[in-house]
Ligand binder design. Structure first.
Ligand code: 5GP
Length: 382
């Protein structure tokens, strides 16, 4: 298991006939899933997708639409098929700070995207070893004080939380910095990025497009921090339906009149924009009551009280203020490993001295377009 056979001469001949002149570099792995052969990495195929599919029924080679962030290098890896729907990929010299990867080939997400794109789709998902805190989605009408709550949290617990920087087509406000508050972008660019699968969720809010890119969430997780998303209710609904398991919090104002006062007091919008935001706030407050959408509802009457309640929900205390970032523990793996699948466990075998490590997938969850979580790694103990 793990080391799949090299590309067949016949397949190579066929690739040549179809204009693909494949030159195996010796680094690729090939895996058969149903009637399709997936060739991963290493191929000198003049495409940069990293994945090629040979459909044995049609005899055709296909360059799939590749979603998600792919591993930086695929040179030197082992692969193994899991549940007929995803391929686990482990770099041969995996270091403590690196991840394992999944190439999803027939998961629900991939099937949905297949329909959407009308092409063959595969999706990368990074594997996370060890327990990570769930991301936090905060929604609520404009002016309710979400931004203030989030800023307080990030200031008090800078090592614990990171903000998911959204994309938006709206113009920057005074003092707003590109890449810090938002990634300010053009409609046409954002629409293209949405089409090509770069966004976890997106929504039209107050006449502009807003969205959370997969990368925005990944950057925070890569820094070992818990991700905070400030998104509207439509976005929260999309995230709820996605593989990102988050805590969903809705912030309400004590009254509609108070919301109007606050929105005017902050003085960042024109009267027309204020009217639009107030109309949307009514709808948003209704949608905020949707059963099963939000785990917690906070009323922001007094900001300090509300902030304390938020910290309670997130289970954080004073002692965590300067807690160091603890990287998830991964074993350093050698260059000469082989993989054996035993039920939900992958035994990684160091061939030189027979040392074995187990990658336990029993509690595996999540997946593309986000990360695959719940993985455990420990020494093999027979
Ligand atoms: P503002 O223009 O005041 O910064 O944000 C307007 C609304 O857009 C807020 O309710 C905010 O939560 C929401 N929003 C900001 N970023 C995103 C995003 O990435 N996705 C979605 N769905 N909503 C967002």
């Amino acid at each position: 298991m793990g080391e799949a056979p090299a590309l067949l001469v016949d397949d190579l001949q066929r690739s040549f006939e179809q204009g693909f002149d494949l030159k195996p570099s010796g680094f690729e792995t090939t895996l058969l899933v149903g009637h399709k052969t997936y060739v991963i990495g290493g191929i000198n195929d003049s495409t940069s997708s990293g994945v090629l599919i040979f459909n044995k029924l049609t005899g055709q080679w296909v360059i799939p639409t590749v979603l998600g962030t792919k591993p930086e290098s695929l040179n030197g890896h082992s692969s193994v098929l899991l549940n007929e729907d995803r391929i686990l990929i482990i770099k041969k010299d995996l270091k403590s700070n690196e991840s394992v990867w999944f190439l999803e080939v027939d998961t629900q997400f991939v099937r949905d995207q297949n329909k959407k794109f009308g092409t063959e789709v595969v999706a990368w998902s990074k594997g996370v070893i060890g327990n990570v805190e769930r991301p936090v989605v905060i929604s609520g009408p404009s002016g309710v004080g979400k931004g203030t709550l989030i800023n307080k949290l990030m200031k008090e617990f800078p090592t614990m939380f990171g903000f998911s920087v959204s994309h938006t087509t709206r113009a920057p406000r005074e003092k707003e910095q590109n890449g810090v508050h938002y990634h300010f972008t053009k409609h046409i660019v954002m629409e293209e990025d949405i089409r090509s699968g770069k966004f976890l969720e997106h929504a039209a809010v107050h006449g502009n497009l807003y969205g959370t890119s997969i990368e925005a969430v990944d950057v925070v997780a890569d820094a070992g921090k818990r991700c905070i998303l400030d998104i509207d209710v439509q976005g929260a609904r999309s995230v709820r339906a996605s593989s990102l398991e988050a805590v969903f919090i809705f912030v309400r104002p004590p009254s509609f009149e108070e919301l109007e006062n606050r929105l005017r007091a902050r003085g960042t919008e024109t009267e027309e924009q204020i009217q639009k935001r107030l109309r949307n706030a009514k709808a948003e407050m209704e949608q905020g009551k949707s059963p099963g959408l939000f785990d917690h509802i906070l009323v922001n009457d007094d900001i300090e009280v509300c902030y304390d309640q938020l910290k309670d929900i997130l289970g954080i205390s004073e002692s965590m203020k300067t807690a160091p970032i603890t990287a998830s523990k991964v074993f350093d793996l050698p260059a000469d490993l082989s993989l054996t699948k035993i039920n939900e466990k992958i035994v990684i075998n160091r061939e030189a001295d027979e040392q074995k490590v187990v990658l336990d997938l029993t509690s595996m969850k999540g997946g593309a377009p986000g990360r695959t979580r719940g993985l455990d790694m420990y020494a093999f103990d027979q």
